[in-house]
Design a protein around this ligand. Structure first.
Ligand SMILES: Cc1cc2nc3c(=O)[nH]c(=O)nc-3n(C[C@H](O)[C@H](O)[C@H](O)COP(=O)(O)OP(=O)(O)OC[C@H]3O[C@@H](n4cnc5c(N)ncnc54)[C@H](O)[C@@H]3O)c2cc1C
Length: 432
């Protein structure tokens, strides 16, 4: 069956979310518009507002909905999550208010999937409760998109693993209670078996932040930089701090990144919708040379193109979510679609935010609307969780898997043999 309707009971929850976001969450966005505050669990003023909001979300049974029931979540599924996330994506704080903020969502997913009961109790539970934040430490300074060049190692010494190396862009390491780090444990093994994942409590001796690199818009002088450049200097963790099995780190990372990518895409739908809403209001409000912007052909083209592209992208995201819901945990089934939304989100976000900003003229280029904040985030979606080029390769490879070469010298769609075959098929009529 093809059905694009929303379950009426779940629609009530979505309506509640819409009201809650406007009345309770948007004020947080304008009071604390810095990512560094969102993840800083010691920032007292924001936490005093945040905690009661999180409690209300839990009462509404809308907390941490990225996790299935078997992993401790509500189990609404990815399609429902997509409907939620396209609302939450409009706001900087909403994902934290609803317990679905990256990178903690992905980290919680792999702890739930691969963690031992002890690891879940110590690290997953406080993460799910929203009491702490975590960090994912995979990218290395000499090359993030290519895991073959990773050099951080973990060597077993008695009852410990000893980790040495450098990691780059470990987001929010400075605020995290623990870090999930990918390290080479079997250097001679093929890439899929070469690395293992470890849980490192942030206060472990030898885990040093060389510096926090300021991502676009983060002000060094305000101490806002969030991207940790980390040095693992003989960092010792007990054997039971390996997440998953030895040599299984690549698979753990892949499991994490798949969910993270599609959740970003769901939120991008919301961000784009917000930019488009602003574009339409602006077009209906602003006159130039005696004409309303909305009555100008070029402006109508910008609005129409944005609406068409957003509708297409939203359907692709929803279909991806639908495939994940039906895949029974088999990551291969949604691989091509996740790569498609990963590529698509970088482009659509760029195009729609650019048009909305442009239509707002100089005002759009200031920090007096959300558009400049959105614009600074544009490059993120083409880089974080792997650059666009790499995901294009995945899309092409997955597609080509379904094809085989033509049998002869000419393509199978070559018309001369088809015409001859068609003539033969209907010869009895044609000859008559
Ligand atoms: C906002 C943000 C947050 C992030 N958070 C985290 C985090 O929490 N933890 C973490 O571990 N990492 C994080 N990253 C890092 C991210 O995963 C890497 O930036 C990404 O994998 C690319 O690696 P790189 O930056 O080293 O670029 P490189 O690997 O040096 O790639 C640079 C460019 O080379 C080209 N290129 C690379 N590979 C190919 C290819 N196969 N084919 C064609 N062209 C190619 C692309 O144009 C690419 O953009 C974050 C990044 C950003 C921007």
């Amino acid at each position: 069956m093809w059905d694009f309707s929303t379950d009426p009971e779940f629609q009530k929850k979505l309506d509640w979310i819409d009201r809650f976001l406007i009345e309770e969450v948007e004020p947080l966005d304008v009071l604390f518009p810095s990512v560094s505050v969102v993840y800083n669990t010691r920032h007292e003023a924001s936490r005093a507002i945040l905690k009661p909001l999180q409690d209300e979300v839990k009462r509404q049974k809308l907390w941490a909905c990225h996790l299935g029931e078997e992993l401790g979540g509500e189990g609404y599924g990815q399609v429902a999550l997509a409907l939620m996330n396209e609302r939450l994506g409009r706001s900087l704080w909403a994902p934290t208010v609803f317990g679905t903020a990256a990178p903690d969502t992905g980290n919680a997913e792999i702890l739930a999937m691969f963690g031992t009961p002890q690891q879940k109790e110590r690290y997953l539970q406080p993460l799910l409760d929203g009491d702490i934040v975590s960090c994912f430490s995979m990218t290395e300074p000499q090359g993030g998109a290519d895991p073959r060049v990773f050099t951080t190692t973990a060597v077993r010494e008695g009852g410990h693993w000893v980790i040495n190396g450098e990691k780059w862009f470990s987001s929010n390491a400075r605020y995290a209670e623990f870090v999930l780090v990918l390290a080479v444990t079997d250097p001679e093994a093929p890439i899929q078996k070469r690395m293992s994942m470890f849980i490192v409590p942030r206060e472990t001796e030898g885990l040093e932040i060389i510096r926090n690199a300021p991502y676009m818009g983060e002000r060094l002088e305000m101490d806002e930089a969030t991207e940790g450049y980390l040095h693992y200097n003989n960092v010792r963790v007990p054997l039971d701090h390996m997440l998953g099995e030895q040599g299984g780190g690549f698979a753990v990372a892949q499991a994490r990144l798949g969910g993270g990518r599609v959740h970003h895409a769901m939120r991008i739908v919301g961000q784009c919708q917000r930019a488009l809403d602003m574009m339409c209001e602006r077009a209906l409000s602003r006159r130039t040379q005696g004409t309303l912007l909305a009555d100008m052909g070029t402006v109508q083209t910008m609005i129409a193109d944005s609406q068409i592209e957003l509708e297409q992208f939203r359907l692709l995201v929803m279909k991806t979510a639908w495939i994940i819901d039906r895949s029974h945990g088999d990551p291969r089934q949604a691989r091509a679609h996740i790569a498609m939304v990963k590529v698509g989100m970088a482009k659509i976000y760029h195009d729609i935010v650019q048009r909305a900003l442009h239509l707002h003229g100089s005002l759009g280029a200031t920090f007096e609307t959300p558009l400049a904040y959105m614009w600074m985030n544009v490059p993120t979606f083409g880089l974080a969780d792997g650059p666009t080029e790499v995901h294009r390769v995945t899309v092409a490879r997955e597609l080509l898997r379904r094809y085989k070469p033509a049998e002869g010298m000419f393509p199978s769609e070559h018309l001369p043999p088809k015409i001859a075959a068609a003539r033969a098929r209907y010869a009895h009529i044609l000859n008559h």
